[in-house]
Design a protein. Structure first.
Length: 288
């Protein structure tokens, strides 16, 4: 996170990290839930791109960024986008909670280079009080991973982060407006077969996209249209199913099942099995 530089002529607010992605092995960026006290903050220009999303009770605030000034009531889900190289100043009239998500510039540029016109811009632009349900849903998925506090497969956060960056760049998720385009049957089979035979390994979005000769953003869009869900959701559901089968067989310990199914560790498996099946691996094994 960037350092907060207080204006000596006004009350300087403080921030406390409630939860963070630090230590979870995320690549290309991160996320942190912050409790921010009333006061003024000045954010220096940084080498990464930031988006701050207001969480909870509305708070009156004033902000200035890239020559723009705004006085507003910021509500739950309102977001401020601050690109790399841009500084800003925020003054909150009361304490608030902010989910701050950031992306490395190299990660953003790699996605922008893969985007095909007329998908969108080639750079992230400043935006104050952005209200976008898609951004909020993606940020919520990242926050859920932070809340879980477990190291996850890079495919999950890479997919969510890629979708968020594409959205910030103005992309819709499919080139030339072909929202209904899908993967050819043989390409879909190649990807799903590869996933099935490599569930116990760490998968990446670029690796899967390369199997069918597509850019990562294009592949994400076509996979979702073809399988009815994002690729990261498909993979984790297949891992949960494999873990379920192994638990029924009862030949392996819980830690061995976790590794065989491709989870980082036992608690990672427990998190997803509870989330998707509503039961812990231990309880499932006892009841099978």
């Amino acid at each position: 996170m960037s350092a907060l530089i207080a204006d000596s002529h006004r009350h300087a607010g403080t921030s406390v990290s409630l939860r963070s992605s630090a230590g979870l092995g995320w690549q290309g960026g991160g996320a942190e839930l912050l409790r921010v006290s009333a006061g003024q903050y000045r954010f220096p220009a940084m080498t990464y791109h930031r988006i701050g999303i207001h969480v909870g009770t509305p708070v009156r605030a004033r902000c200035a960024c890239d020559g723009r000034r705004q006085s507003r009531l910021q509500a739950h889900g309102d977001a401020d986008v601050v690109p790399a190289g841009v500084e800003g100043e925020w003054t909150d009239d009361a304490d608030c909670t902010i989910l701050r998500v950031w992306f490395d510039d190299a990660f953003v540029r790699s996605i922008a280079e893969q985007m095909e016109n007329p998908w969108g811009e080639r750079e992230i632009r400043p935006h104050l009080q952005l209200r976008d349900p898609r951004i909020n849903a993606l940020a919520g998925a990242l926050l859920a991973e932070v809340d879980a506090g477990t190291a996850c497969d890079p495919l999950f956060t890479e997919s969510i982060s890629t979708a968020m960056v594409v959205r910030l760049l103005g992309g819709t998720g499919a080139p030339d407006g072909r929202g209904a385009a899908v993967l050819a049957a043989h390409k879909a089979a190649r990807v799903t077969d590869y996933i099935e035979s490599h569930l116990d390994q760490r998968l990446t979005l670029g690796e899967l996209a390369a199997l069918v000769g597509l850019s990562a953003p294009h592949f994400k869009a076509l996979f979702r249209e073809t399988l009815g869900m994002p690729v990261h959701q498909y993979v984790v559901r297949r891992r949960v199913e494999r873990a379920r089968v192994l638990l029924i067989e009862g030949k392996l310990s819980l830690s061995q099942v976790a590794l065989e199914a491709g989870f980082a560790h036992q608690s990672h498996m427990a998190h997803w099995m509870t989330r998707l099946l509503g039961v812990t691996p231990r309880a499932f094994a006892k009841g099978s």
